[in-house]
Structure formats: C-alpha cells, structure tokens
Design a protein around this ligand. Structure first.
Ligand code: ZN
Length: 137
C-alpha cells in the first residue's frame, strides 16, 4: 500500500508508536482514507487496531492510521460507515487546524463494555476511554 502523504509513524511520548503530521492541515481536511480489512461477528481476530462499524462489523486498520493514539482532547475524528456493497469504510479528518510535527489523535470512543483506563495526559482527560454519548446503565 502507498504511504499516506503528510503522516509519519514515530515513537510516541503518549504511548508506543504514534502518528505525526509532516505538514500543516486545516480544520476539516481529510488526513486519511483508511485502508482496512472487514471482520464480521462470529469471526475470531485481533481487535487491537480495529474500528467498530456496527454490532456485527469491524474494520481492522492496516495502514499508518493503525498507530494513531487516543486522546480525550483529540485533534482529529474518524467518520465511518458501510458502502453500497456492505463493505466498511473509515476516514480521518482534522477536527481543528493541525501543525506539522503535532501528533495525530482521535477519541477511540470504546463501547462501555470494553472501556479502558486512559493515560492520555490531556488537561481534560476523562480517565477512561469510552464513548460518552450513551448512558452506561
Ligand atoms: Zn484521556
């Protein structure tokens, strides 16, 4: 697969590997049309670098975006869905202006049942990686 322009994998001060911008991006810019592989309910796979598309469909990120870290104050967001053929897609967009050299982050928004403690060090860190838009009860 071709390398994604404007992104580079580095050793991250946040956690493990991370991805930095190698040029400036403006709010709303497309950072990456993510290359991934579909996995469906009932199949057995490594879910560490996988986006949840629905209750029955996941998208394993296989390009540089795999290494994007979570942050509670992320500078990008992921838009995802399913195309007319039932195949998942996902894209990363700049949530705000991003300067060259900044680490790219998005909010992983894990489901409550798979929530993990967060150590992102953002001033507004919620302490847990979990989507906030639904009640947990
Ligand atoms: Zn956090």
């Amino acid at each position: 697969m071709p390398l994604l322009p404007g992104l580079r994998v580095i050793r991250s001060p946040l956690h493990g590997y991370g991805v930095v911008a190698t040029r400036d991006f403006a709010e709303g810019d497309l950072l990456a049309d993510i290359e991934g592989v579909a996995w469906r309910l009932g199949e057995d796979w490594d879910d560490r670098y996988t986006l949840r598309i629905s209750d029955a469909l996941w998208f394993d990120m296989v390009d540089q975006t795999r290494w994007i870290n979570h942050s509670c104050e992320a500078n990008s967001e992921v838009d995802l869905g399913v195309d007319a053929h039932g195949e998942p897609w996902a894209k990363v967009y700049a949530w705000r202006d991003i300067k060259a050299g900044e680490e790219i982050t998005f909010d992983y928004e894990f489901a409550p049942e798979v929530a993990e403690p967060c150590f992102c060090r953002a001033p507004a860190c919620k302490g847990v990686i979990m989507r906030q838009d639904e009640p947990t009860a």
